[in-house]
Design a protein around this ligand. Structure first.
Ligand SMILES: Cc1cc2nc3c(=O)[nH]c(=O)nc-3n(C[C@H](O)[C@H](O)[C@H](O)COP(=O)(O)O)c2cc1C
Length: 242
C-alpha cells in the first residue's frame, strides 16, 4: 500500500503526531510512506486565473514547479492522510491554498478516476474548538474529488505544543485511532465509493450530459462516464456515449 501524508503546517506538532499514530498503526513493512509539509512542498496561493478549470491544469502557473509532483503522489497513493491544526476555526492557509489548486478536480469539472478507489483520513487538533469546521474544510474537497471512503478524527488537545498535551488526552487519542484503524483496514482490497459519492457522481453526470464547460464535457465523454463506464468499476471496453 502507498500512503501519502500531507501536513498543513511545517510543525511536527499534535496534528502530525496524531496522523503518524494512524500510519504506524496500519502500515506494513513493505508499505511506502511519503510525508509532505505545507507550505514547503507547495508554497503558492491560487491566483484565481481559473485556467485549470477552463483549459488545462497543466497550464497552472504552479504546475511545473510544485503541482505536478504533488499530484503525481496523490494519484499514486492508496491512502491519503491530511492533517491540519485548527487555525482560527479552519484549516491552515497553506492547506487551503493546496486545496484551492484542485478546484478543477471537483466532480463538477474533471475528477481523477483513481480517487474513487482511495481511502482518506482527515485529522485535526485544536486547543479547544473548531475541529468540526476544520475537518469539514478538508472533507468537502475530498468528497467532491470523489474519494471513496473518507474518515475524520478531531480532538481538542488543550495545548499549543504536543509535548504539553496531558497523558489522559494522549490516551484518548490512542483509543480513537485504534477504532479508526479498524475501519481503515476493513476490506481494504474492496474499496468502493460511499452511496453519497455515487449519488454526487450521478447528479453531476446528468449535468455534464447537458453540457456546461466543453473541456469538462469532453473529459467525461472520453472517460466513458456519460455512457456505461464508471470510475470505480473495471473498464468494460470501448467507451459508449449516449
Ligand atoms: C494562528 C493560530 C490559530 C489558532 N486558532 C485556534 C482555534 O481557532 N481554535 C483552537 O481550538 N485552537 C486554535 N489554535 C491552537 C492550535 O490549533 C492547537 O494548539 C493545535 O493543537 C496545534 O496543532 P499543531 O501542533 O499540529 O500545530 C490556533 C493556533 C494558531 C497558531
Amino acid at each position: 500500500m502507498k500512503i501519502l501524508m500531507i501536513n498543513g503546517t511545517l510543525r511536527q506538532g499534535s496534528s502530525y503526531h496524531v496522523g503518524k499514530l494512524v500510519i504506524d498503526k496500519i502500515a506494513e513493512d513493505e508499505d511506502e510512506i511519503i510525508e509532505l509539509f505545507l507550505p514547503k512542498d507547495m508554497p503558492e496561493f491560487c491566483r484565481g486565473c481559473a485556467v485549470c478549470i477552463t483549459d488545462s491544469e497543466k497550464k497552472c502557473p504552479d504546475y511545473l514547479m510544485y503541482m505536478k509532483r504533488v499530484t503525481r503522489m496523490i494519484d499514486a497513493a492508496d491512502l491519503l492522510v491530511f492533517t491540519s491544526p485548527v487555525h482560527v476555526l479552519h484549516v491552515t492557509g497553506a492547506m487551503k491554498a493546496l486545496l484551492d489548486h484542485y478546484g478543477y478536480r471537483f466532480m463538477v469539472h474533471r475528477p481523477e478516476e483513481s480517487m474513487f478507489r482511495k481511502q482518506a483520513v482527515c485529522i485535526t487538533t485544536g486547543a479547544g474548538g473548531g475541529m468540526r469546521s476544520t475537518l469539514r474544510d478538508m472533507k468537502v474537497s475530498l468528497r467532491f474529488w470523489g474519494v471513496a471512503r473518507i474518515y475524520t478524527y478531531g480532538i481538542a488537545v488543550g495545548a499549543i505544543r504536543w509535548e504539553d498535551v496531558e497523558m489522559p488526552v494522549k490516551e484518548r487519542i490512542v483509543e480513537g485511532i485504534d477504532k479508526l484503524s479498524l475501519k481503515l483496514t476493513r476490506e481494504i482490497d474492496k474499496v468502493e465509493p460511499s452511496i453519497l459519492t455515487e449519488v454526487l457522481f450521478y447528479v453531476l453526470r446528468h449535468m455534464h450530459k447537458k453540457g456546461m464547460n466543453p473541456v469538462d464535457q469532453e473529459y467525461w465523454r472520453e472517460k466513458g462516464w456519460l455512457g456505461k463506464e464508471r470510475p470505480w468499476k473495471k473498464k468494460t471496453g470501448i467507451p459508449k456515449s449516449e
